[in-house]
Design a protein around this ligand. Structure first.
Ligand SMILES: C=C(O[C@@H]1C=C(C(=O)O)C=C[C@H]1O)C(=O)O
Length: 192
């Protein structure tokens, strides 16, 4: 059983931007801005999909995670996971679930375990998704260090996205970074 709990929290410092100036290959652009469930799209590309939980902890929202809907100091559950397709780590995800969101129909989200967040929230008729922001992560980033710990090849830059979901109008922030072997970096017509 894979255990990366000693790496928790990986954290994620990023300069999130709604649009990036530079050219994004079509496949990467498609994965970065796909509003559907990332879990569902990854599952469609592999035989065995799994979530490995790096860690989950109640914290007060820190500056680098804060956003319009989740301010610094807001009590949140931070959840960090790896999404695997056929034993290849595809995505590092860091989600912030405010305690104020984990009420009523959403209370069970604090106890997902290895169930993918997307698998449950996309079933909700009360789900809305805000706009995407994207960011690059360089070789000095915490995600690059995680990729190294996963013995993945070094890469100059990794790309990630962040969006705010609303469940019954209560916010939940999800950031996902595509790891070096991700389908997102494979050219069209490749194996992805
Ligand atoms: C939001 C989704 O859920 C995925 C699963 C996550 C989890 O289990 O923590 C986190 C981010 C996503 O990559 C999705 O599938 O789109």
């Amino acid at each position: 059983m894979l255990d990366f709990s000693h790496h928790f929290p990986i954290t994620l410092a990023a300069k999130w931007q709604h649009e990036v100036e530079e050219y994004l290959p079509p496949e990467l652009h498609s994965w970065l801005y796909d509003a559907q469930s990332l879990t569902a799209r990854l599952k469609a590309h592999c035989k065995e999909f799994k979530v490995v939980v790096i860690g989950q902890e109640q914290q007060l929202c820190i500056e680098q995670d804060a956003c319009d809907h989740i301010p610094v100091g807001e009590p949140v559950i931070v959840r960090e996971v790896l999404l695997y397709c056929d034993d290849v780590p595809q995505v590092f995800a860091r989600s912030l679930m405010p305690l104020a969101t984990l009420t009523g129909d959403e209370a069970f989200l604090s106890d997902l375990g290895t169930k993918p967040l997307g698998q449950v929230i996309f079933n909700s008729p009360f789900l809305k998704r805000g706009d995407f922001s994207v960011a690059k992560f360089d070789a000095q980033s915490s995600v690059a260090a995680l990729a190294n710990a996963l013995t993945l090849p070094a890469s100059d830059v990794l790309w990630g996205r962040r969006s705010i979901f609303f469940l019954h109008d209560k916010p939940l922030a999800v950031a996902e970074v595509f790891l070096p072997h991700a389908f997102a970096y494979q050219t069209e017509g490749g194996t992805a």
